[in-house]
Design a protein around this ligand. Structure first.
Ligand SMILES: *[C@@H]1O[C@H](CO)[C@@H](O)[C@H](O)[C@H]1NC(C)=O
Ligand SMILES: *[C@@H]1O[C@H](CO)[C@@H](O)[C@H](O)[C@H]1NC(C)=O
Ligand SMILES: *[C@@H]1O[C@H](CO)[C@@H](O)[C@H](O)[C@H]1NC(C)=O
Ligand SMILES: *[C@@H]1O[C@H](CO)[C@@H](O)[C@H](O)[C@H]1NC(C)=O
Length: 349
């Protein structure tokens, strides 16, 4: 007892005289272990990107996470020499499965360091992940159940309520538009398209039909269509890309979607802002509904009511996605290992 009091007094005194916080803190933790974790939770988190996705590097000058995204206490680095001080080391899947990059399995991971597997691809394009069992502690993908969710886009609430455009239909000249470069007959979307075009006219752009749109022409072209086919090339859990967020929502056409189940869309997009193919008994019924909607000013304009309360936010910069790790860092599970990454990636529900 006496020794304990003496020890505490020494700590307080040393803290007082030395004015050296870490040393005093070490003493305090001897009697109060919770101080320890509190201290650590407010320190800077270091995220090390082992190599840049697709070989394209971006500047990390200054305090990037704070300067660009107002995310505090987040150090984003790409120098491998920072390995020993990194809290999270991020590996982008594409370069690993292509054999262009290797995991530094020869290095000893510092205590508590987490390795993160990152991909924005659908499962079919992620390659064989069986070789990565028991390596990663975190997943960073568009999936809602990933440790760090990096969607292609999302809706943010508007601070001021916008007012609704009187009649969105004014400048529209095509009923249904589709932009497609990678056309493959076996895709579910191709089957829906083939059936739909027998019911309603579908205007097709993109390299498949040798009518590629320059990027500056994409949204203005879509804005002239009542409906835009936001058809994903892969049908998999939560895989909702910029075809919805950018092309349709920002282009100002009502998205008709083929992709994950209706419930996945409902989780991230407002009701009555899109039309899901599964809502209809047949593609024929869908076509009939589109025709009816285009002819009904009131009903059609209701598909834009969400714009009064929401605005679209796109995610396109890897730095922003990586900085987001810091926002979640203190809520990450203490210990987690993906013992079967392949099974996780291919999980359907
Ligand atoms: C807490 O932070 C200190 C100083 O940065 C570090 O030395 C220590 O390893 C950290 N402890 C844990 C459990 O992360
Ligand atoms: C460990 O492996 C990495 C990646 O293959 C390599 O860059 C590095 O030089 C190796 N380090 C040591 C100490 O062997
Ligand atoms: C329609 O087009 C005209 C001229 O291009 C433009 O001024 C107007 O804002 C457009 N209206 C809508 C509702 O987009
Ligand atoms: C991360 O995964 C490795 C390899 O399986 C494991 O040894 C380590 O304990 C894990 N770390 C955390 C913080 O979960």
């Amino acid at each position: 007892m006496k020794a304990h009091i003496l020890f505490s007094c020494f700590c307080v005194l040393s803290l007082y005289f030395l004015k050296e916080w870490p040393r005093g803190w070490v003493c305090l933790t001897a009697t109060n272990p919770t101080t320890f974790s509190k201290y650590n939770s407010s320190r800077d988190v270091t995220i090390l990107l082992w190599y840049w996705p697709f070989g394209r590097a971006f500047s990390l000058m200054g305090n990037v996470c704070w300067d660009l995204y107002r995310i505090p206490r987040c150090r984003l680095v790409d120098k491998r020499s920072s390995f020993s001080s990194a809290d999270v080391v991020v590996f982008h899947n594409r370069e690993l499965i292509a054999g262009h990059q290797k995991l530094p399995l020869n290095l000893t991971r510092p205590q508590g360091q987490r390795w993160a597997w990152m991909s924005l691809e659908s499962p079919d394009h992620n390659g064989n992940l069986q070789q990565y069992a028991d390596i990663f502690n975190l997943t960073i993908t568009y999936r809602r159940d990933a440790d760090i969710t990096i969607p292609y886009g999302e809706l943010l609430t508007k601070e001021d309520e916008g007012h609704l455009v009187e009649d969105v239909r004014q400048n529209k000249s095509s009923l249904v538009c589709w932009v497609v470069s990678n056309y493959q007959r076996h895709h579910k979307r191709s089957q829906v398209y083939s059936e739909l075009k027998t019911v309603v006219p579908v205007k097709v752009y993109g390299s498949w039909t040798q009518t590629r749109l320059p990027s500056t022409a994409l949204l203005p072209t879509i804005s002239q269509c009542y409906f835009y086919l936001a058809f994903e090339n892969s049908v998999s859990k939560d895989y909702i890309t910029e075809k919805l967020w950018r092309n349709a929502y920002q282009g100002g056409a009502v998205p008709v979607v083929v992709g994950p189940p209706l419930s996945d869309y409902r989780a991230v997009a407002p009701p009555n802002s899109f039309i899901h193919v599964d809502e209809f008994a047949s593609v024929k019924d869908l076509g009939g509904y589109l025709q009816q909607l285009a002819g009904d000013k009131k009903l059609y304009n209701e598909y834009f009511a969400w714009k009064q309360h929401w605005k679209v936010k796109l995610y396109r910069d890897w730095r922003e996605r990586l900085c987001k790790i810091c926002l979640e860092y203190n809520n990450l599970p203490q210990r987690k290992v993906y013992s079967d990454l392949e099974a996780w990636v291919y999980a359907t529900s």
